[in-house]
Write a protein that binds this ligand. Structure first.
Ligand SMILES: CC/C=C\C=C\CC(=O)SCCNC(=O)CCNC(=O)[C@H](O)C(C)(C)COP(=O)(O)OP(=O)(O)OC[C@H]1O[C@@H](n2cnc3c(N)ncnc32)[C@H](O)[C@@H]1OP(=O)(O)O
Length: 682
């Protein structure tokens, strides 16, 4: 686990614990053994710690955090024990970092005397993403090395700090060009015999405490503040107390689930046996996008930023020019926010070609259709593309509501295509989740239940800002009505009318039922009043100006709702917070269970990942399916049955059979095993 060897005067500890050299017990023991050898060997004058494989050390083994507290705390040697041995060593200890030095990995570096890294390396304390704080002296040592405000930023953001930035702060002593080990050996020779006292961080005073008072609210910040206020030993003791408190809490539990859920979700598999590990993706080099609206231009920016050339096609020059302008503005905004350099922006714009002729897509490897939601238009485009594009081209659709089998993972989609798209998603910096084709797919299908219930709740007596506040207090970044204003009320109305047209039905303000289901025409009322959301300065809220961002509760909306309910004879009542929360969340969760049942996703984790990235569901709640598992499936099922009884004309309240079976299992079934119940007799 830690391979020991000597090169002349230098002992090398090579951490060898694939895949990411986490600090499991035998790695920690490896350090103790290595240190004992190096200390007792008079020939050894310095020690280098280096990682084997893809990375230096990615921190603690996160799976260990699920162990009972006593076992976790008594698992010796602890990282602090090892750290103390490293720091007290009379022979200089040098960490040579490539890949990532994170969490406990960085703490180990801070106990060492010197830190070198290759330029591409990253260091950081991502513990906050797991709901804990760096508790092997990280909060006490980093503020002794760097300015306290920098330490607070790194610890409380959890971000990965690139080597050049880390060098600037003094976290690293040097960036190494060329072979990391060879250069580190040279460096080791240069420091042999130099005094180590100034390199021992525990003895240094904390750097300035400027600015920290107003931001010290959370544990990380409190702990960093302790580095300034308390002795090293007292600060360490408090750090350990905070850690014990946090690690046993719900948020850390949910965040650790989230860490593994995201990685599990990447591992797609098809019934044929093809999967992420055994299917090679094709190499996509050139791309085309059809449609220069909000979606098309947004996708174009992602592809250009990732280095792909893009041919953007629109039906006429005016729309095309508008689209190109939009792309230019988004990129410029990126430059002004320092997300990219001016040169990079110019390269991106050079890689963009615009055309009004689909024929220019003849040679591209991948085409994404992103026109508005109209099935006949989409079908017509794909018919043409079939004829124009080369046979190996991948044809993709950006539809969110139209159920056409050719869109996502459809019946005819090959494993190689799936592998290519999943890989392509990663390359453009997105998180891809494999879902089968179904009406509205996963995100919109579940979120549709959530939004629909929110509107019914308005009809029954609540106000938009009340519903939004309750969901925002729960942790959603925006309530359903703010989201609707942002997306544009016309968009959802147009989709509803499109669906109704497909069934030869005309929706009016008096429509209360659509295909046997309860229906709310409230948004159509706003649409008719020209209250389309942020863009018109009025929607469910009013805004300071058209395009404004500040949602202000609007008394006029009260009247709109009151008139609507009076005309349709809907009675209004007081609705409790619990009911609002349950109806929005449980309706979506029940649908999530149906989605798993139908095999639209492979596992519940896929749904949770979709909700974090799609709707900003708080990761510290784990995602809707994890939240349900923690609430108790019996409770969720009982409430779904209750609402089904009360609202029989909403099919999203028909209880999922999978949910029913899981809720009656003799013992709670862990979320990772829900799928097994699908095929069991429960
Ligand atoms: C003794 C302890 C004393 C002190 C404790 C300190 C607290 C900590 O250290 S908490 C941990 C802090 N570290 C992290 O949060 C890092 C998490 N890992 C990552 O960010 C990334 O994995 C990466 C290191 C940047 C590498 O990314 P990438 O190359 O994209 O690989 P992945 O697919 O993410 O990971 C590969 C594989 O490794 C598993 N894994 C990664 N990190 C850990 C870990 N710290 N513990 C356990 N397992 C880890 C990950 O789940 C993947 O597993 P698969 O089975 O292949 O899915």
């Amino acid at each position: 686990m830690v391979d020991y060897r000597k090169e002349g005067l230098v002992a090398i500890f090579e951490v060898n614990n694939p895949p990411v050299n986490s600090l499991s017990k035998n790695v920690r023991q490896g350090f103790v053994d290595g240190l004992s050898k190096a200390t007792n060997d008079p020939e050894v004058k310095a020690v280098i710690i280096i990682g084997k494989g893809r990375t230096f050390i990615a921190g603690a083994n996160i799976k260990d955090f699920g162990k009972p507290m006593e076992e976790l705390m008594s698992s010796s040697p602890s990282l602090i024990d090892i750290g103390n041995m490293l720091e007290e060593s009379e022979k200089p200890i040098i960490c040579a970092i490539h890949g990532a030095g994170l969490g406990g990995g960085l703490e180990l570096c801070l106990f060492s005397h010197y830190r070198l890294a290759v330029k591409s390396a990253r260091v950081g304390f991502p513990e906050v993403n797991l709901g804990i704080l760096p508790a092997a002296a990280g909060t006490q040592r980093l503020p002794r090395l760097v300015d306290i405000t920098v330490a607070m930023d790194i610890i409380s953001s959890g971000r990965h700090v690139a080597a050049p930035e880390a060098l600037k702060y003094g976290i690293l002593d040097q960036i190494v060009e060329g072979d990391l080990l060879k250069e580190s050996i040279k460096f080791a020779h240069s420091v042999i015999g130099k005094p180590l006292e100034p390199r021992r961080l525990r003895n240094l005073a904390c750097k300035s405490i400027l600015y920290c008072i107003s931001v010290i609210h959370q544990f990380c910040l409190k702990s960093v503040r302790n580095a300034a206020d308390l002795s090293y030993e007292a600060g360490l003791m408090m750090e350990n107390t905070y850690f014990k408190y946090l690690i046993t809490g719900f948020q850390s539990f949910a965040l650790r689930y989230s860490f593994f859920a995201e990685r599990t979700a990447r591992k797609w598999q098809l019934p044929s046996g093809a999967n992420a590990a055994n299917t090679k993706p094709l190499n996509v080099q050139t791309t085309g996008i059809i449609g220069a609206g909000t979606m098309g231009t947004g996708i174009a920016v992602s592809l250009l930023r990732a280095g792909y050339p893009v041919i953007l096609v629109e039906q006429n020059q005016e729309f095309l020019d508008k689209g190109v302008d939009m792309i230019r503005n988004i990129l410029k905004d990126g430059v002004s926010r320092r997300l990219m350099t001016e040169d990079r922006m110019k390269q991106c714009l050079k890689a963009l070609k615009a055309s009004v002729d689909l024929k220019h897509l003849a040679n591209v490897d991948l085409v994404i259709e992103a026109v508005y939601e109209n099935i006949s238009l989409k079908q017509e485009i794909f018919k043409k593309l079939d004829y124009i594009c080369k046979p190996s081209a991948l044809l993709c659709s950006n539809t969110s509501s139209i159920d056409i089998d050719m869109n996502v993972y459809g019946k005819e989609t090959s494993a190689e295509t799936v592998a290519t798209i999943m890989d392509f998603g990663k390359k453009i910096g997105k998180v891809s989740i494999l879902v089968k084709s179904c009406h509205l797919f996963v995100a919109n299908r579940m979120h549709g239940c959530f939004q629909t219930e929110a509107k019914f709740i308005l009809e029954e007596g609540a106000l938009p800002d009340e519903v939004d506040r309750i969901l925002e207090d729960f942790g959603m970044p925006m309530g359903p009505f703010k989201v609707s204003d942002l997306a544009g009320i016309d968009i959802s109305c147009r989709i509803q009318h499109e669906v109704a047209k497909q069934h030869d039905i005309e929706l009016t303000l008096q429509t209360r039922f659509f295909r046997g289901e309860r229906y709310s025409s409230l948004s159509n009322r706003l649409y008719e009043l020209g209250r389309l959301g942020r863009k018109t300065g009025k929607g469910w809220y009013r805004y300071e100006k058209p395009g404004g961002k500040n949602a202000i509760p609007d008394n006029d909306i009260k009247d709109v709702i009151r008139i609507h309910c009076k005309e349709l004879g809907i009675e209004q009542r007081q609705i409790s917070t619990q009911e609002i929360l349950e109806r929005c969340l449980y309706s979506a969760i029940n649908e999530g269970f149906k989605i798993i049942e139908e095999g639209v996703v492979d596992k519940p984790e896929d749904i949770d990942v979709i909700w974090w990235y799609g709707f900003g569901f708080p990761r510290y709640m784990g995602g809707p399916m994890f939240y349900a598992s923690q609430t108790g499936l019996k409770k969720v099922y009982d409430r779904v049955c209750y609402y089904h009884k009360n609202f029989p004309y909403s099919s999203h309240w028909v209880p999922s059979d999978l949910l029913r079976r899981l809720s009656t299992a003799p013992n709670p079934v862990p979320i990772t095993q829900w799928k097994t119940v699908l095929h069991s007799k429960l």
